[in-house]
Design a protein. Sequence first.
Length: 262
Amino acid sequence: MTEPWFINEHPRHIVNLQQYYIDRFEVSNLAYRQFVKDTRKSIPAHWLENGYALSLREKNIEKLNLVALKNLANDIFQLDINYKTINKASIIKKIKQRWAYLHRLPVSNVSWFDAKAYCSWLNKRLPSESEWEKAARGTDGRIYPWGNEWQANAAKISYSEKWPDAVAAVGSFNQDQSSYGIYDLAGNVFEWVADTYRAYHHADFQSHYYGKQHKVVRGYGVSSSGHYVLADFVRSSFRQHAHPEHSNIGQGFRCAADVIQP
């Protein structure tokens, strides 16, 4: 059975929330890399493809000879350099510059379980979907993080030659910022939240996926939609869902935390 579009957002209702903290930015590769180093957690799959995994073995890379470095620069990093004249020090510098850029991208290709484990490692947690939506919509219930009018270039929501790694560095889009100063709630990566995918209270429609262990996904990110993205998909009330073991290049997260009362 095909579900009516956006039916899972209904009925409109009020949610009372306790005070909480939520990260201003999506979790970056650099932050997640430290988690991997400390916990020996498996790395996101695409780190092998783009060479970011090698940043965990930086000293080993520096020990490679010139021929091996050239092969690495060409096959893995695909650096646009003159391979006939470049020396070892220059290749290493170029590789480190590439790593420095990748550090700033939001981590993606992580499951819900990976995201939950990372937040716990920091004594934080995933936000509830209500907390996530509140952070995006503010006190005035705005449609998009920046306001009620659609702005096509306000957020990173499609593939572009300007962003060859599909996603952009966290906080790159100043317009994609809520009234609380929270970045990238409309775009860059889809974000895991804590909740199991269920109907809202008093909802008439019952999805086949409700209560099936799927977790809620909020926000919007790079996807197979390419350049064609409906503005409705980027609304802060838009709900999606996925199996908690699912991961892809456009799936990331941010953390939240309780406010400890004195």
